[in-house]
Design a protein around this ligand. Structure first.
Ligand code: C6P
Length: 405
C-alpha cells in the first residue's frame, strides 16, 4: 500500500482517496478542507456499522468499544504532537471552537479592564472575533502586530508590554502561507508572563509540530484539514491551566455531581467535553493520524515545499499576475490576483476545467484591507497534488486571460 516514509509519490497516494477515482478533479483547496482517504471513511462507517453507541456512559460491550476507540484517538493525537499528558487533549468541533473555549473559559475569568490581548494582522477571523467579543465584555484591549508586504510579521517584540496577558498567533497563514516564527512569539510571551495560543489549523496538517518542544500554553487545530472528518478538532492546553479553568459548556459528561442548586466538575479533559461528543469523527481523526504517520510529516512538508516552489515559478510566468506574500519560510498556500479579472471569475473559469481553487477574502478581511483588494484567488496543496495539476492550472489561467482580453 504505502511505501512507508519514502519520498512522496502523489500518483500512488491519490489512489487512497475515493473521490479522485470517482470524478475528474484537480483539487487545489486543501487549506479549506482536505480530501478524505478511504481508511477514514471506512473507519467512520465501521463505527456506525459495528459498534455505534455513546461513550463513557454504559457498561455493555459496544459502549465499552466506542469509549476505548474514542480514548485511543485522543492518545494518538497526543503522540502525534509529542505530548506526554493525554488529559491535555480536548476534543472540540474545530479550531474555531477551540479558540472560543479559551476566550470564554480563560480570558473572561483572568483578564481585567485595560489588560491587553495581542494578535496579528494576518489572523483568520476565528483568531480575531473571539478576542474582540471577550475584550468588549471585559473592557480589555486588542492589540495588533502588523505584517509587512512580504507577508512576514513586523517586529513582534515591539507590541508586547506588561499589560499583555495573552498572545494568539497563526502558525501558518491561510492567505500568505507564511510559517511564522512562533518560537520567538512563545519566548516573548514567557518573558512578559503572558499566555501563548497557537492557531495551528494550517500547520499541524502539513508539517511536524512538537508541542513539548514549543512549550506553548494552548494550541488549536481542526481534523477536517488533515484527512479527518468534519466536526472534530482539538484544543491542547497545559494541564495546570486547564485544571484551574471553568468549564466552557455545561451539560452531561462534564460533571462529577449535580444537585439542583450546584454542581461539581469532571476531571480534565472531560470537564470541557459537555454532551455527546462527535464520536465517529474523533475515531476517524485517529485513523487520519495513522495514515499521516505512515506517510511521514517531514516527507509531506518536503514535498509541499517542492510543489509550492514549482507553482510559484510557473505562476510568475503568467502576464499580469500578482502573488501576495513572499516569506522565506512558507507552506503550500499561494494567494494571487490577475490584472482586470475578478478572483470569482477566475475561480469560475478554472472550475470549467474541473479545477477547484478558492476565491474571496479567505476569512481574513483585515489582510484584504491592508492589501487594498476585496478578494484574491488562492491555491493550496496536500501530498495528493501532482506537478501535472499545476501545469493544468496554469494553462487554465492563461485561457482565462485570453477570454478577458
Ligand atoms: N480556514 C480556509 O479556507 P475551522 O473552520 O474552525 O475548521 O478553522 C478555522 C480556521 C482557523 N485558523 C486558520 C488559520 C484557518 O485557516 C481556519 C480555516 C479555511 O482558509 C476555512 S475559512
Amino acid at each position: 500500500m504505502i511505501n512507508s516514509k519514502s519520498s512522496i509519490d502523489p500518483n500512488e497516494l491519490r489512489k487512497l482517496f475515493p473521490i479522485f477515482s470517482k470524478r475528474s478533479l484537480v483539487y487545489l483547496d486543501s487549506a479549506a478542507t482536505s480530501q478524505k482517504p478511504e481508511i477514514v471513511i471506512n473507519t467512520v462507517k465501521n463505527f456506525y456499522d459495528e459498534y455505534n453507541s455513546n461513550v463513557h456512559r454504559s457498561i455493555y460491550d459496544i459502549s465499552q468499544e466506542a469509549t476505548e476507540a474514542y480514548e485511543i484517538a485522543r492518545e494518538k493525537i497526543a503522540k502525534f504532537l509529542n505530548i506526554d499528558k493525554v488529559n491535555s487533549i480536548i476534543f472540540t468541533k474545530g479550531t474555531t471552537e477551540s479558540i472560543n473555549l479559551i476566550a470564554y473559559s480563560w480570558v473572561r475569568h483572568n483578564l481585567q479592564k485595560d489588560d491587553e490581548i495581542l494578535i496579528t494582522e494576518m489572523e483568520h477571523h476565528s483568531n480575531i472575533v473571539p478576542w474582540q467579543l471577550a475584550c468588549k465584555d471585559i473592557g480589555a484591549k486588542l492589540k495588533i502586530i502588523p505584517f509587512e508586504m512580504d507577508g512576514t510579521l513586523s517586529n513582534p517584540e515591539k507590541y508586547f508590554s506588561k499589560k499583555t496577558k495573552l498572545v494568539s498567533v497563526t502558525h501558518q497563514s491561510n492567505v500568505f502561507g507564511t510559517i511564522n516564527d512562533i518560537d520567538k512569539i512563545i519566548t516573548l510571551a514567557k518573558k512578559y508572563n503572558a499566555i501563548s495560543v497557537i492557531d495551528a489549523a494550517q500547520s499541524v496538517p502539513h508539517f511536524p509540530v512538537d508541542v513539548k518542544a514549543l512549550d506553548c500554553d494552548f494550541l488549536a487545530f481542526s481534523g477536517h484539514k488533515m484527512l479527518g472528518p468534519t466536526g472534530v478538532g482539538v484544543l491542547y492546553g497545559k494541564p495546570e491551566l486547564l485544571e484551574k479553568m471553568n468549564p466552557f459548556l455545561g451539560g452531561g459528561e462534564m460533571i462529577r455531581s449535580v444537585k439542583l442548586n450546584e454542581s461539581t466538575w469532571n476531571d480534565i479533559p472531560w470537564k470541557f467535553e459537555a454532551g455527546t461528543p462527535n464520536i465517529a469523527q474523533a475515531i476517524g481523526l485517529g485513523a487520519a493520524i495513522d495514515l499521516l504517520n505512515q506517510i511521514g510529516m517531514k516527507e509531506i512538508h518536503n514535498y509541499e515545499k517542492k510543489i509550492t516552489d514549482y507553482t510559484i515559478n510557473s505562476l510568475r510566468e503568467i502576464d499580469g499576475i500578482k502573488i501576495y506574500g513572499n516569506a522565506p519560510n512558507r507552506g503550500g498556500v499561494i494567494t494571487f490576483n490577475i490584472d482586470n479579472i475578478h478572483s470569482h471569475d477566475l475561480a469560475q473559469i478554472v472550475n470549467n476545467d474541473k479545477i477547484a481553487i478558492r476565491a474571496g477574502h479567505h476569512c481574513a478581511q483585515p489582510i484584504m484591507n491592508k492589501l487594498n483588494v476585496s478578494s484574491t484567488a488562492r491555491v493550496s496543496f496536500y501530498f495528493y497534488n501532482t506537478f501535472d495539476e499545476i501545469d493544468l492550472l496554469c494553462n487554465s489561467l492563461k485561457k482565462a486571460i485570453k477570454l478577458f482580453q
